[in-house]
Design a protein around this ligand. Structure first.
Ligand code: NDP
Ligand code: MG
Length: 398
């Protein structure tokens, strides 16, 4: 039986992964579950899935988890601290690693899994955005296998020729007859709102996504469409696509998860109900197909599809991410770091919704042109951009 590590098991993607495992009993064994500090979810899931290891980054939570599991006679070994994430991600017995920690915190353990040559089920797009070419080169050099979980990239992957699926990051899209990647997005909850009213949007309104149920950070990113910007950069690296080969298309129904346009006029699309269990099941079983538990798509209840060109005045964060993608690695790393700080401040009601773009733009201006010759340089740049963003947040929240 293949052994699976789930990084970020207590989150939205982690929980959907466990749902897919429940649909397919006896196919995977859970080697490790990890969380930052969500205790109740970890106690419950460790008792159900009996992983060999459970990691809590927070030490107090780890101690509590160990004592609660012991009281139930569980054999799971509880580890703590960020280093333990890397240890389980690179464990010799692990076959696949679900990389579903949110934000830059996911980079080190995901990289550890890459360097150990695992099958990486990549949900943590921020890690790839932050480290771009370094990440993709490590995948190639260590013989890791990269399967996208992000629904759009999973859709694109499914629409690519099989030869490209084997090493997508180093393909030549044009030579394969591909003219464009069409990256679809719903436009988020404010796609029809009055632009002047966006400044007063509350966190509760921003996280209420019309089609998808997700963690708080990515829900805010979807409302600003920064998420689509991250995905634009993610597609650039995952599929070796030039920025001009990627087009963002707003598709409010979220049924077409993305498309690939070929030079003969064909457009291939992957469709389905908006539920992350589909891409998770695809990547877990690839190249086989397994049940995901997702309801089959009923075209008669969908009725109609529509498509809108994104208005960059409504979505300044999308414009910034596309500009950063053209600028290069330092720009995307700095932008991602600033955005994480800005979204956390917005969720804590310290800054307004439209201030997120202000914080992001300032980071791009300050750090976009810096050199970044190594992964360590990028980690330092991430820290500097975060510090600068915190200063600006301080000013804006006065
Ligand atoms: P959640 O916020 O729901 O879950 C995040 C997970 O990461 C939790 O397990 C959390 O633990 C853990 N975590 C948070 N901070 C740290 C840290 N510093 N160190 C270690 N672990 C940490 O996020 P989502 O599941 O929504 O998203 C996860 C990733 O997947 C993101 O990168 C997102 O962009 C991507 N993604 C998500 C989609 C979705 O539908 N949700 C769709 C496509 C991509 P704890 O619970 O203890 O805080
Ligand atoms: Mg997505």
């Amino acid at each position: 039986m293949r052994q699976l590590v789930i990084l970020g098991a207590s989150g939205s993607i982690g929980q959907s992964t466990l749902k897919v495992l429940r649909q397919n009993p006896g196919r995977w064994q859970v080697l490790a579950l990890t969380a930052w500090r969500s205790l109740d979810a970890m106690v419950r899931d460790c008792l159900e899935f009996s992983p060999r290891f459970a990691v809590m980054v927070d030490e107090t939570a780890a101690r509590e988890l160990a004592s609660r599991l012991k009281a139930h006679g569980s054999q799971t070994r509880v580890l703590s601290g960020a280093k333990a994430l890397c240890e389980v991600a690179a464990h010799p017995d692990a076959h696949s690693v679900m990389a579903a920690i949110v934000g830059a915190a996911g980079l080190a353990p995901t990289m550890a899994a890459v360097r150990a040559g695992k099958r990486i089920l990549l949900a943590n797009k921020e890690a790839l955005v932050m480290s771009g070419a370094f990440f993709m080169e490590a995948v190639r050099d260590h013989g890791a296998e990269l399967l996208p979980i992000d629904s759009e990239h999973n859709a694109i992957f499914q629409c690519l020729p099989e030869a490209i699926q084997r090493q997508p990051g180093f393909c030549d899209l044009a030579a394969a007859g591909i003219s464009k990647i069409l990256l679809t997005g719903s436009g988020g909850p404010f796609r029809y709102s009055d632009i002047d009213e966006l400044a007063s949007v509350t966190p509760a309104q921003a996280v209420a996504h019309p089609n998808w149920s997700m963690g708080a950070k990515i829900s805010v990113d979807s409302a600003t469409m920064f998420n689509k910007g991250l995905e634009y950069i993610e597609a650039r690296w995952l599929f070796n696509a030039a920025p001009e080969q990627i087009q963002v298309v707003i598709h409010p129904q979220s049924v077409i998860h993305s498309m690939v346009q070929y030079k003969d006029g064909s457009v291939l699309a992957q469709l389905g109900n908006p539920d992350m269990c589909t891409p998770i099941a695809h990547a877990l079983a690839y190249p086989d197909r397994i049940s995901s538990g997702v309801e089959p798509l009923d075209f008669f209840s969908v009725g109609e599809f529509s498509f809108i060109r994104p208005d960059l005045d409504r979505y300044p964060c999308l414009a910034l991410a596309m500009a950063a993608c053209r600028q290069g690695q330092a720009a995307t790393t700095a932008l991602n770091a600033a955005n994480e700080a800005a979204v956390a401040a917005f969720l804590a009601e310290r800054i307004g919704f439209m201030d997120i773009a202000r914080v992001n733009e300032a980071a791009l201006q300050a750090f976009g042109q810096q050199g970044a010759g190594s992964l360590d340089d990028l980690i330092a740049l991430d820290g500097a951009a975060r510090a600068r963003a915190h200063d600006l947040i301080e000013e804006l929240s006065r």
